[in-house]
Ligand binder design. Structure first.
Ligand SMILES: NC(=O)c1ccc[n+]([C@@H]2O[C@H](COP(=O)([O-])OP(=O)(O)OC[C@H]3O[C@@H](n4cnc5c(N)ncnc54)[C@H](O)[C@@H]3O)[C@@H](O)[C@H]2O)c1
Length: 301
């Protein structure tokens, strides 16, 4: 079970460390723009994995070393400007970077599942589909999984129920145009009603990414764990229901854009695309998210 992480920066290394701790992958390849740094990270993790029950081979490499990977995670990015207030500011720079990386990855690892993390993740997941020609089952973005986790964490405190038992999804864009699918939120078969207090939690969750970034200069733990969760579901064929950025194919009249919807994740990547029965307002929010992400895609040169 081989995983290649392209972009062993702050996010990529939390992902790599989580994979080692959880003993999911047996081989992890780190591909960065600075080979020496990637080698240092690989050595450090190699020493750390000696504490684990399950041995994991960690090494630095080039794109060509992604050959044979079951999953390739893309965390590579142009440097993030201080004071970043919208992920879309990274769109053109990271789209150019993807043009450099993704066709090569598709060539050496034509059967891999691609997990996109780099921002703006919905735009780049769409671009990854174009650049690789992979089927939509094999290209996902971390999307609103991290937003859903942030929301569930807050909701968990309010309801005194473990976050894992809350079936509450944030859908749409990983950005300003995300929304809580409250009409289908439930726990233990009981509806989680849409109240102003719960709405306020969604608003807080929506801005957490930027708040953390503003306070510490990056976000890495929750997103690194999110990517590891998806990869574990693929490698272990867990068939977990996860809100991920995927190519939308006609749902609510939306086409040719990547947005987060709940999907079932297993060995093949996306095993099933789910179509929640959203109310009118939420359906409108989903279409609005599609419009916003399409606008960024159309602005790319
Ligand atoms: N989807 C999400 O929810 C989410 C959350 C947090 C961060 N992110 C995004 O993840 C990305 C990475 O964030 P970070 O904090 O780890 O940044 P970082 O600057 O620490 O890491 C970027 C990495 O990209 C690598 N890189 C750059 N050009 C490369 C190339 N040509 N080939 C291989 N590697 C290359 C660098 O070597 C570095 O390791 C950013 O785009 C960030 O916005 C996404």
């Amino acid at each position: 079970m081989k995983v290649t992480i392209v972009g062993p920066g702050k996010v990529g290394m939390v992902l790599a460390y989580t994979l080692v701790l959880r003993g999911v992958a047996r081989e992890v390849v780190l591909v960065g723009s600075n080979r020496e740094k990637a080698e240092g990270e690989a050595l450090d993790l190699t020493h750390a994995q000696a504490f684990q029950q399950i041995p994991v081979k960690v090494r630095a490499g080039e794109i060509e070393d992604a050959a044979g990977s079951e999953v390739v995670a893309i965390c590579a990015s142009i440097p993030m400007p201080a004071g970043l207030h919208t992920r879309n500011a990274l769109a053109q720079g990271n789209a150019d970077l993807m043009k450099e990386l993704l066709p090569r990855i598709a060539k050496v690892a034509p059967d891999c599942k691609l997990v996109m993390v780099t921002n703006p993740v919905d735009v780049l997941t769409w671009q990854a589909l174009q650049l690789t020609g992979f089927p939509r089952e094999r290209v996902v973005g971390t999307g609103t999984l991290v937003d859903s986790i942030r929301f569930r964490e807050l909701l968990s405190e309010m309801l005194a129920i473990h976050p894992d038992d809350l079936r509450a999804y944030i859908l749409g864009e990983h950005g300003e145009h995300q929304f809580p699918a409250m009409s289908v939120a439930q726990s233990g078969g009981e509806r989680i009603d849409d109240t102003p207090e719960r709405r306020a939690l969604c608003e807080r969750a929506k801005h957490f990414g930027i708040e953390v970034f503003r306070k510490k200069g990056n976000t890495c733990y929750a997103i690194g764990q999110s990517a590891a969760y998806i990869i574990e579901a693929i490698l272990l064929d867990e068939k977990r229901t996860v809100p991920l950025s995927v190519l939308v194919d006609g749902y609510l009249g939306v086409n040719d854009v990547c947005l987060s919807l709940p999907v079932v994740v297993g060995k093949k990547g996306v095993e099933r695309f789910l179509h929640p029965d959203l109310n009118e307002v939420e359906a409108g929010q989903f279409r609005e998210a599609a419009r916003a992400v399409r606008e960024v895609i159309e602005g790319l040169s």
